[in-house]
Write a protein that binds this ligand. Sequence first.
Ligand SMILES: Cc1cc2nc3c(=O)[nH]c(=O)nc-3n(C[C@H](O)[C@H](O)[C@H](O)COP(=O)(O)OP(=O)(O)OC[C@H]3O[C@@H](n4cnc5c(N)ncnc54)[C@H](O)[C@@H]3O)c2cc1C
Ligand SMILES: NC(=O)c1ccc[n+]([C@@H]2O[C@H](COP(=O)([O-])OP(=O)(O)OC[C@H]3O[C@@H](n4cnc5c(N)ncnc54)[C@H](O)[C@@H]3O)[C@@H](O)[C@H]2O)c1
Length: 167
Amino acid sequence: MVLGHFCTGVAVVTGHDGKAPVGFACQSFAALSLDPPLVLFCPAKTSRTWAVLAESGRFAVNVLSEDQQDVSAVFGARGADKFASIDWTPAPSGSPLLTGALTWIDCALEAVHEAGDHYVVVGRVTALGEPSDARPLLFHRGRYTVTEPVTDDLAALMPWPRPDDWL
Ligand SMILES: Cc1cc2nc3c(=O)[nH]c(=O)nc-3n(C[C@H](O)[C@H](O)[C@H](O)COP(=O)(O)OP(=O)(O)OC[C@H]3O[C@@H](n4cnc5c(N)ncnc54)[C@H](O)[C@@H]3O)c2cc1C
Ligand SMILES: NC(=O)c1ccc[n+]([C@@H]2O[C@H](COP(=O)([O-])OP(=O)(O)OC[C@H]3O[C@@H](n4cnc5c(N)ncnc54)[C@H](O)[C@@H]3O)[C@@H](O)[C@H]2O)c1
């Protein structure tokens, strides 16, 4: 209840075991390090998707756009074939890139840390998608939400990203 007040974006973390694609909805994604370029996410230890990613050593992070609530719902619930109604193409790693996502981050597994009933998974960025002007899907207090930017000129107020930043 309390932790739900922390608003996040929604990602779908995907992978492929050579036979079938896998993926799950994830709000515990974050940028971690610039040098080297690292990201993190936290899967439940019971996650069946995580079992596949751990074995393959590769995964992709799909950042969802505001019109992908249905995609989040599919990947946020247990399902026989989450990809049945989803269009995707392979990332350089072979992990699925979901059509309509804002952008993507392709990764190699770097480290896995124990953390209660979840793991903290660190990935090394191996390829990046193109930036997008579309709006992100947000998750707040157990519901999807959309907000407007406070100013169209927000970039002018930010000291980052710098032109040579990977993110
Ligand atoms: C917005 C949002 C954000 C989320 N963020 C996170 C996050 O950061 N981290 C996270 O871990 N989860 C997160 N979830 C939850 C996660 O997306 C779902 O639990 C998802 O279904 C997990 O997918 P999976 O492929 O790992 O497991 P699934 O195969 O979908 O199974 C889900 C759970 O059911 C169990 N299970 C599956 N099949 C059976 C069976 N036949 N019998 C008994 N048990 C079974 C699995 O062990 C697993 O624990 C989020 C969900 C939403 C909607
Ligand atoms: N990190 C996660 O594993 C995680 C995160 C968000 C949602 N979910 C799952 O998605 C569904 C809907 O979530 P909700 O936000 O309506 O539920 P909620 O209102 O019970 O959760 C509020 C917040 O608590 C955290 N949380 C919820 N379940 C968690 C879990 N199993 N492990 C770690 N943190 C968790 C998240 O930050 C979430 O936004 C639930 O089944 C929930 O378990 C899991």
